[in-house]
Structures are given as C-alpha cells and as structure tokens.
Design a protein around this ligand. Structure first.
Ligand SMILES: Cc1cc2nc3c(=O)[nH]c(=O)nc-3n(C[C@H](O)[C@H](O)[C@H](O)COP(=O)(O)OP(=O)(O)OC[C@H]3O[C@@H](n4cnc5c(N)ncnc54)[C@H](O)[C@@H]3O)c2cc1C
Ligand code: FES
Length: 274
C-alpha cells in the first residue's frame, strides 16, 4: 500500500494556560493529543486553523512529553492571532524540526549564555535541560537583557534559577525605572565583569539579530574560539522541512541544518545577521 502519511499534517494541542510575560510576550502551555518529544533547541510549527502557521522553539523542558510551552512575541499576522488564544482553544503543532543544542558537548565545561528579549524562550528550555544535568557541568552563567524592566520575561523562573548551585544570573535593561536594581545598558555590558575559564567554556547566544551580532563579536574579543560559540538562528520559514528553500542562509537550510549552528560553521555565509 502506498505511504499516505502527510508530513505537513499537524497534531491537535489544547491550550491549558496563557501566561502574560510582558506587554508583547505571552507563554502558552499546550497539551498535545499524544505525547510530544523534542530535544532542546529544536523547533515546532504552530498552526492556527484558518490563519496560518509560524515556527517557535519550545520554552519548556525537553524532559516533559505530555505538556509543551511556547513563548510568543507579538510581531504580526499569525502572532497577533496566537495572542488572542484562550484556555480551551485548540491549535495544531507539527515537528519537532531541525538541529538543537549538542548538550553532551557541554559536559565538563563552563557555559556562558547570552540572551535578549524573546530569545530567552529556547534558552529557558536549555536551562531546564542543564539543571537536570548539572552534575556534569562546571557552572552556568546566564546574561539576559531586555528593553525595560517590564519587558523582562520569566521573572519567577529567574528567581528560582538564582537559588540553584552552579547557576548565576545577571540581567540588564536599556532603560531602567525605580524598581530596577540590576545593570543598565546593552546586554553585552554584562560580559565585562565575568570570570570565565574560556578554554574550558562554551558560549550560547540567542536574541534579536543585532544582539546576536554584537554579542558574538564581544565573545570573540574575549577569546572564545569560533567553534565554541553556538548561535540559534532565525530566518523566515515555511515548510520547516528543508523543501521550500525559504530559510536558506548560503549553503544551509536553517530549518534542517540549524537552527543551532556554531559561529565557525556559518561565519562565511551571506547575511547571517539579517
Ligand atoms: C526556528 C525559529 C524559532 C522561533 N522561535 C520563536 C519563539 O520561540 N518565540 C517567538 O516569539 N518567535 C520565534 N520565532 C519567530 C517567529 O516565528 C516569528 O515572529 C513569526 O513567524 C512571525 O509571524 P507573524 O505572522 O506574526 O509575522 P508577520 O506578519 O509574518 O511578520 C511581522 C514581522 O515579523 C518578522 N518575521 C516574520 N517571520 C520571522 C522569523 N521567522 N524570524 C524573525 N522575524 C520574523 C517579519 O519580517 C516582520 O517584520 C522563531 C523563528 C524561527 C525561524
Ligand atoms: S523552511 Fe522550507 S526549506 Fe527551510
């Protein structure tokens, strides 16, 4: 019998909870109709019936397969519709796709994570994974930046992370208010005072393109080798399956060869920061 499997067919998932993270960012806890497994850094396509679909990297733990969380910034047509979702609504999900973080390569090392804005979403999933494997790591340092204090997401998660042995968190905002007692300035200022054993360390960057660019340049200046800087790349995507060509970045399909690349792999490809 011919194989009739439709690779674009999503499975159903029900919205269990909506969490308002900031004025522009919401998280959605989804219950898939069957168990859904992913590795941290891989992405899914989320479908809103009658509107369309968009790629998101789950922000929840990859060790949990009955629930899935995505954190979505409102930027346009599909994300506007996602922000209107309420408890009980049904969406479609397909995937997981792509290549995530090679966690085993991080064992025995210090891990420096640089995140900005909604780039905290894949990083939170990664952090859940690193917490579960912390005995295999030397330390994990998270540097996170947002525009203002109210744009900082996952506030209670950050408080919990700060209590965990081997984990350090530093935050900055571009514009502070009276409630803010952490750093003020672009996120790369957090790298100035860090003490990392760079030879035994890897760096991970995820955020808006401009932050990815200047973050990477700063890490190179600090002495991080190109092969030890991991970037989670975002390009416009359609199929998510390496078929339509929308996500091409030079010789790579970001949806299939990435979204996680080392800087060494992509530095010579065109328009990597666009
Ligand atoms: C692998 C991957 C993982 C992602 N993970 C997340 C996530 O966890 N949370 C999250 O909020 N967003 C994530 N994104 C970005 C998200 O997919 C886009 O914001 C979304 O597709 C925009 O759809 P829209 O119809 O609302 O916007 P549109 O109406 O299509 O466009 C509005 C604006 O968003 C820009 N845009 C559209 N698609 C993308 C894109 N893929 N990347 C960057 N900008 C885009 C457009 O250039 C335009 O300026 C991810 C993207 C990729 C490729
Ligand atoms: S999104 Fe279609 S080839 Fe990558």
């Amino acid at each position: 019998m011919a194989d009739t499997l439709n690779i674009y067919q999503p499975i159903k998932a029900t919205v269990e909870r909506v969490i308002i993270e900031s004025p522009l960012i919401r998280s959605f806890v989804l219950i898939p109709e069957k168990e859904f497994t992913f590795k941290t850094g891989e992405f899914i396509e989320l479908t809103i019936n009658g509107f369309g679909e968009a790629p998101f990297t789950p922000s929840s733990s990859p060790l949990e397969n009955k629930k899935l969380e995505v954190t979505v910034m409102k930027t346009g047509y599909v994300t506007d519709r996602i922000h209107a979702l309420e408890t009980g609504d049904v969406v479609g999900i397909r995937g997981p796709y792509g290549r995530g973080y090679p966690i085993q390569k991080f064992y025995g090392k210090e891990i420096l994570i640089l995140g900005g804005g909604c780039g905290f979403a894949p990083i939170r999933s990664l952090l859940f994974n690193l917490i579960a494997e912390k005995e295999k790591l030397r330390k994990v340092v998270l540097c996170y930046g947002a525009k203002t204090p109210e744009d900082c997401i996952y506030k209670s998660f950050v408080e919990e992370l700060r209590k965990i042995d081997k984990f350090e968190v530093y935050r900055s905002v571009d514009k502070a208010d009276q409630s803010w007692d952490e750093k003020v300035g672009v996120v790369t200022i957090l790298l100035e005072d860090l003490r990392m054993d760079i030879e035994n360390s890897v760096a991970i960057v995820c955020g808006p393109p401009v932050m990815m660019k200047y973050g990477t340049l700063k890490l190179l200046e600090m002495g991080y080798p190109e092969k030890d800087i991991y970037l989670s790349m975002e390009k416009n995507m359609s199929c998510g399956l390496g078929k339509c060509g929308h996500c091409m970045m030079g010789k790579y399909y970001v949806c299939k060869d990435g979204p996680v690349f080392t800087y060494d792999e992509i530095k010579d490809q065109p328009n990597i920061w666009l």
